[in-house]
Design a protein around this ligand. Structure first.
Ligand SMILES: Cc1cc2nc3c(=O)[nH]c(=O)nc-3n(C[C@H](O)[C@H](O)[C@H](O)COP(=O)(O)OP(=O)(O)OC[C@H]3O[C@@H](n4cnc5c(N)ncnc54)[C@H](O)[C@@H]3O)c2cc1C
Length: 428
């Protein structure tokens, strides 16, 4: 008998979990608050640990417009943003990322990835029963013991297992750890905007800026380390994607118009030389997003009874390593493995214990690592101590920037989970 699983939230984490569980032959219902749910209109970095999961679940990266990047050039934004100042922060000759890690690192437009995952979840083809997604349903509370959720409309839905994948503001963790622990919002935000690569032709100086960095990714830093800019390509190079990191207080109590966000970007990078201001002015108004960033001290438990916390609902982290969605996907893919060949609800508990053992140390370490200052690549002694406190010694990387990248990227969560199941004598 397949398990009946309810997933709250059809974001990247919820959809990935739905596909993984469908492939393990369980019946999945997703309850999503939004109607016509899509994702923000800019790029998401998919590092090899995430790209491997996507491929494994049957996502055709090529069709999502996945744009690999081969290295990062560094520029001095307030001196000369066209000539690389340091070559380079990180460079891999073409092919090396895939050769070294077994999967590529690249950028995917968030809406393209979301659509691909959604289509795969509900497809009538492929392994298992198509996932049912009901939109316009807001879940208000979770009951870990009953395995149920209550909606604002007063409905109660019950299943063998409930997965809370409802993002950073989720209250599901309170049903697991016994109290509300809201995510902390440090003095940090991210402004995102995009430009069609073809539109850069009207701005030759901006074109020079992109051509100056053939690795498809560049960082622009200046004297003021509380701000920074990065650029990457996505949708097979059709789109240039920009992110302004802001390590300052940004008023998140007001609703920002797109034009106000553009002005904020110009103000933050006011010492940056042309063509950067020109580029910000040239970007379409509706492409500007302002995202506050948040993290939470790792939770002592990631599940209780029949309720599992997944992705940002469990371990929100800063975007400095681009690992939030990747970690949500790891949670999801590992759940798919540990719940293979489970036919009775009473078998779930021992499997979730294995899941938590696999996920808690790594995701908690990722939360601490993500708190590093984006404009500095070193991890402070304080964060190093925190990481050492959550990762067992045999999993602990040397805490240098390249060793951390290896630790994040080389991880094959499905293989690790399959091995753990074997060691526990479980049938996966
Ligand atoms: C600026 C920025 C840049 C980032 N860049 C990267 C990157 O490059 N790479 C990377 O891996 N990660 C990145 N991240 C992190 C990544 O975006 C998140 O970790 C990831 O999207 C979390 O996915 P999720 O499915 O857990 O949650 P969400 O994406 O928040 O999805 C939650 C879903 O639940 C629904 N929902 C919420 N409440 C309810 C409710 N009560 N009832 C029903 N449904 C509900 C929501 O509508 C939504 O669909 C970035 C984050 C930020 C802020």
């Amino acid at each position: 008998m397949p398990l009946d699983v309810i997933i709250v939230g059809a974001g990247i984490g919820g959809l990935t979990a739905a596909i993984a569980l469908r492939r393990s032959r369980h019946r999945v219902l997703i309850l999503e608050r939004a109607v016509n749910k899509t994702e923000d209109g800019y790029a998401l970095s998919s590092t090899p640990n995430a790209s491997r999961i996507l491929r494994n679940l049957g996502v055709d990266l090529e069709k999502t417009g996945f744009t690999p990047w081969m290295g990062i050039d560094g520029f001095e934004g307030d001196v000369d943003p066209v000539t690389p100042a340091w070559k380079s922060l990180w460079v891999a000759p073409p092919g090396t990322v895939e050769e070294r890690y077994g999967a590529p690192s690249g950028f995917i437009h968030r809406a393209d990835l979301h659509r691909a995952l959604w289509n795969l979840a509900v497809s009538t083809e492929g392994t298992g029963v198509p996932v049912k997604i009901v939109e316009g349903v807001t879940v208000e509370s979770f009951d870990a013991v009953a395995g149920s959720v209550s909606t604002v409309a007063g409905e109660v839905h019950t299943a063998d297992l409930v997965i809370a994948a409802d993002g950073v503001r989720s209250k599901a963790h309170a049903a697991v750890v016994g109290e509300e622990r809201p995510a902390e919002a440090p003095k940090a935000a991210s402004i995102r905007f995009v430009l069609a690569s073809k539109d850069l032709q009207d701005h030759p100086a901006c074109m020079d800026m992109v051509k100056g960095s053939p690795w498809r990714m560049s960082y622009y830093f200046g004297e003021d380390k509380s701000v920074g800019l990065f650029r990457s390509a996505c949708r097979k190079d059709e789109i240039q994607n920009f992110g302004v990191y802001v390590y300052r207080h940004v008023d998140d109590t007001k609703i920002w118009t797109n034009e106000e966000i553009r002005q904020l970007a110009l103000e933050c990078l006011s010492t940056y030389k042309e063509p950067i201001p020109q580029l910000i002015r040239a970007a379409p108004e509706d492409s500007f997003y302002l995202r506050k960033t948040a993290h939470r001290e790792p939770l002592p438990q990631f599940y209780k009874n029949r309720l599992v916390l997944l992705g940002d609902a469990c371990h929100p982290m800063m975007p400095s390593y681009g690992q939030g969605a990747a970690s949500a996907m790891e949670d999801a893919a590992v759940l798919g493995v540990v719940l293979r060949n489970v036919h009775q609800p009473q078998e779930i508990g021992s499997r979730l214990e294995i899941w938590e053992k696999l996920r808690k140390p790594r995701a908690s370490a990722m939360v601490y690592l993500s708190r590093r200052d984006t404009t500095a690549f070193e991890v402070s002694p304080q964060l190093q101590a925190a990481v050492k406190g959550v990762l067992p010694p045999d999993q602990l990387p040397e805490l240098t920037p390249p060793a951390i990248v290896d630790w994040m990227w080389a991880y094959h969560c499905v293989e690790v989970a399959e091995q753990a199941m074997k060691e526990q004598g479980e049938n996966s």
